[in-house]
Design a protein around this ligand. Structure first.
Ligand SMILES: C[S@@+](CC[C@H](N)C(=O)[O-])C[C@H]1O[C@@H](n2cnc3c(N)ncnc32)[C@H](O)[C@@H]1O
Length: 241
């Protein structure tokens, strides 16, 4: 676990003692911690030679179990409020009214709510949407259950959690209508999957991520810097018409 992740976990634990006690009593938290101690240190760093790399897992099931384990360790109430407002503000610069949007790896649905705020029909999928989540369905972005060319747009701020980036982008491209948009939000400086104990993919620079997405047949339309929920960029890609 990186020093930054550890410091954030300790800060959250001390700030909310009731929540920390509840978390320690939840066996799903211990499953995540046990996974990390057993398997979580295997990782690779991206560099100029290998600009995109993936964490090594013993099996696909181990990857899924690892990704699913994060939710029980988090208190997202503040994030849900602040990220929703920040995302809705930047989305509001263009028209989303009446468009269908699939939010990939949407966790508890913060981005889905932001798309609703700007008038879109949006739904999320996530490996672990928690219990009884009205905004997000259980699902894996490597194998979407939706038919070809069925949505106007897709949103993802968690491509660093993909085990197979090419396959994930191919799936997104498959479900987008011709001329459909993929909005990716990505962090700067994620050259090492160790930056986040749950990241499965790392890119050396955001430009390397752009190249990887474009290599699957999408075209970058525009890009801009963002500061919420972290410093990074919003990238808008379009599928061929
Ligand atoms: C950093 S969180 C992002 C959550 C959300 N987008 C947000 O901003 O609140 C990463 C999420 O990716 C999900 N995830 C990881 N691998 C996935 C996969 N293959 N398919 C769908 N969701 C996945 C995890 O369960 C986790 O909720």
């Amino acid at each position: 676990m990186s020093p930054r992740t550890l410091a954030r976990a300790v800060h959250n634990a001390v700030r909310r003692p009731a929540r920390t006690t509840q978390m320690l009593l939840d066996r799903r938290s211990w499953a995540g911690i046990a996974w990390f101690l057993r398997d979580g240190r295997s990782r690779q760093s991206a560099d100029d030679e290998r600009p995109i790399t993936s964490r090594s897992y013993r099996s696909y099931d181990a990857y899924v179990a690892h990704q699913r384990s994060k939710l029980a360790l988090l208190d997202l109430s503040e994030y849900d409020r602040t990220f929703r407002v920040a995302l809705a503000d930047r989305l509001a610069e263009e028209s989303w009214s009446g468009l269908s949007v699939l939010c990939l790896a949407a966790r508890l649905g913060t981005e889905v709510k932001a798309f609703h705020d700007v008038g879109a029909f949006a739904v999320g999928i996530d490996l672990n949407p928690g219990d009884e989540n009205p905004w997000v369905l259980p699902g894996d972005f490597h194998r979407l259950v939706f038919p070809d060319r069925c949505v106007d747009a897709a949103y993802c701020n968690a491509l660093d959690h993909a085990l197979d980036l090419d396959r994930t982008v191919d799936e997104i491209r498959r479900v987008l209508k011709p001329g459909g948009r993929l909005v990716v939000e990505a962090q700067q400086g994620t050259a090492d999957v160790a930056f986040d104990a749950w990241a499965a993919t790392a890119w050396n620079r955001i430009d390397d991520l752009v190249k990887a997405v474009e290599s699957r047949g999408l075209t970058l339309l525009r890009r801009r810097g963002i500061t919420e929920p972290w410093a990074g960029e919003q990238l808008v890609f379009v599928t061929p018409v």
